[in-house]
Write a protein that binds this ligand. Structure first.
Ligand code: HEC
Ligand code: HEC
Length: 420
């Protein structure tokens, strides 16, 4: 487990690995004893977890796991791009002939380990926080928080007709059975792993999950900002100024949602509070499904997520992503509609002061704000700072201030990603 295992009121997704170890060992208490009740030493158990992660890494990069034969997890979640998209496309292409367009931007897979399971009512456990404040919908994986475990998440792209497009779990199992690494899967999960297709499929999902919990690859905390927090590096004047603006409630007010300081336990900040919030991001008319003027991606209330469809106050809410490694990205927000970090920040301070820059005019020539929401849901949109103000008001951040904030956000790039 990471040195910074955070304490959250609900089990963070990263504790799955701890649970896995406990399961293999036979009981949680056995961490103290060696060998375990199952008769296996801790070293053997760690060896098995390593073997699972190794085969998980191979699976993650294997394009044979797609109907096209051209798409692996790593094609969209590129290790050279902090496990985010390797290109500037708003959404990626997939499907059996690589001609189907996805519907959402590819998130980075770094720093997912502390995301709490999805809950509609989240109460802070932080000492400084007030436990009685309900922070609303929080947590879960994907832009709408619809799955809690990495193994369940992996099924989505493997079986999605617009992504890896496998016809069935059986098709995936058949591919892996014939793959050169079939023996590696046996080595990690036992000789009986191919006896039943369900066992094989679950092993594949588990291997992907264990791989995605490798700290060195998925949460290295190796950015210059981490070194700065640890007192091992300094920030330039521009970066320092950008940080101050990021945290200042009267300027960026960004840290309100993108937490920038270690918590009470000393866990480095994840740059998200995992909240689901409606920002009213402009509609991306280049996405194929949006050719239908009646199609709206409403995040938490659907259509991809199905259990909250009857909750209109959840329409338009999307996950607050981490901003770690955000400077390696070339498309921003859930629909990838914005293509530079500078513009992504400008959106916050100009959405209400200069709406005509962000939204197209209606038939009657008036600016159609929040054009990616049914009008009934406009009341869900976040209005507090850095949002707010009237058209024509000066934005909360000047262009030079936005430049300094970009300089600060660049310090959140992990050491192995700095060529981006
Ligand atoms: C065609 C591109 C594509 C491929 C291939 C792909 N993904 Fe993704 N991935 C996405 C997109 C887009 C999302 C956001 C989905 C959403 O919000 O509904 C995502 C989300 C995720 C998330 C949730 C991240 C978060 O911030 O909550 C995980 C984990 C993930 N993918 C893992 C995988 C794994 C494992 C594979 C291979 C089995 C894979 N992905 C293959 C595009 C892809
Ligand atoms: C009220 C909470 C909140 C505040 C305040 C906030 N954000 Fe965000 N941020 C979000 C949410 C939610 C998203 C995703 C929204 C979406 O895609 O629809 C997001 C997305 C982003 C993204 C895109 C990241 C990606 O991977 O695509 C950037 C960049 C960003 N925020 C920067 C900032 C900056 C800079 C500030 C301060 C000027 C700020 N945010 C203030 C909640 C917030």
């Amino acid at each position: 487990m990471p040195a910074f295992a955070p304490l959250l009121p609900r089990p963070p997704i990263g504790t799955v690995l701890l649970g896995l170890l406990a399961l293999i060992l036979g009981a949680t208490a056995c961490f103290a004893a060696d060998p375990s009740p199952t008769g296996r030493s801790r070293a053997e158990v760690y060896h098995q977890v390593d073997a699972m992660a190794e085969v998980g890494q191979i699976l993650f990069s294997d394009p044979a796991l797609s109907a096209s034969g051209r798409l692996s997890c790593a094609s969209c979640h590129s290790p050279q791009n902090a496990y985010g998209p390797p290109n500037g496309l708003a959404v990626q292409l997939g499907g059996p002939r690589m001609r189907s367009m996805g519907t959402r931007a590819v998130p980075s897979l770094r720093y997912l380990q502390a995301i709490p399971a999805f809950t509609e009512h989240f109460f802070e456990s932080d000492d400084e926080g007030d436990d009685s404040i309900d922070n609303g919908p929080t947590g879960g994986l994907t832009w709408d928080g619809r799955v809690d475990r990495l193994r369940d998440q992996a099924k989505i792209p493997l079986l999605s007709p617009v992504e890896m497009a496998n016809a069935s779990p059986a098709a995936i199992v058949a591919t892996v059975r014939a793959a050169p690494y079939a023996d590696a899967l046996r080595g990690a999960f036992g000789d009986s792993v191919f006896d039943h297709p369900d066992t094989t499929f679950n092993a594949i999902l588990e291997a992907l999950e264990v791989y995605q919990q490798r700290s060195a690859s998925f949460y290295p905390y190796s950015s210059r900002y981490d070194a700065y927090l640890a007192g091992r590096a300094t920030l330039s004047p521009a970066e320092q100024h950008g940080l101050a603006l990021f945290e200042d409630p009267a300027k960026g007010n960004c840290a309100r949602c993108h937490v920038s300081r270690p918590d009470a336990n000393g866990t480095p900040p994840q740059f998200t509070d995992y909240g689901l919030v409606a920002l009213g991001v402009p509609r991306n008319r280049t996405i194929a499904v949006n050719a239908d003027p009646d199609h709206y991606d409403l995040g938490l209330c659907g259509p991809d997520r199905t259990d909250m469809r009857t909750q209109p106050h959840y329409c338009g809410l999307f996950m607050t992503p981490t901003l770690r490694n955000v400077a390696t990205r070339h498309s921003f927000f859930h629909n990838g509609v914005i293509h530079s970090l500078k513009e992504a920040i400008a959106f916050y301070v100009e959405r209400d002061t200069k709406p005509e820059k962000w939204y197209p005019p209606d038939a009657d020539g008036k600016v159609h704000k929040f054009d990616d929401l049914w009008s009934a849901y406009v009341g869900n949109v976040e209005m507090d700072a850095p949002f707010g103000g009237q058209p024509g008001d000066p934005p909360a951040l000047s262009e030079a201030e936005i430049d300094d904030m970009v300089a600060f956000l660049r310090t959140l790039t992990d050491a192995d990603q700095t060529s981006n």
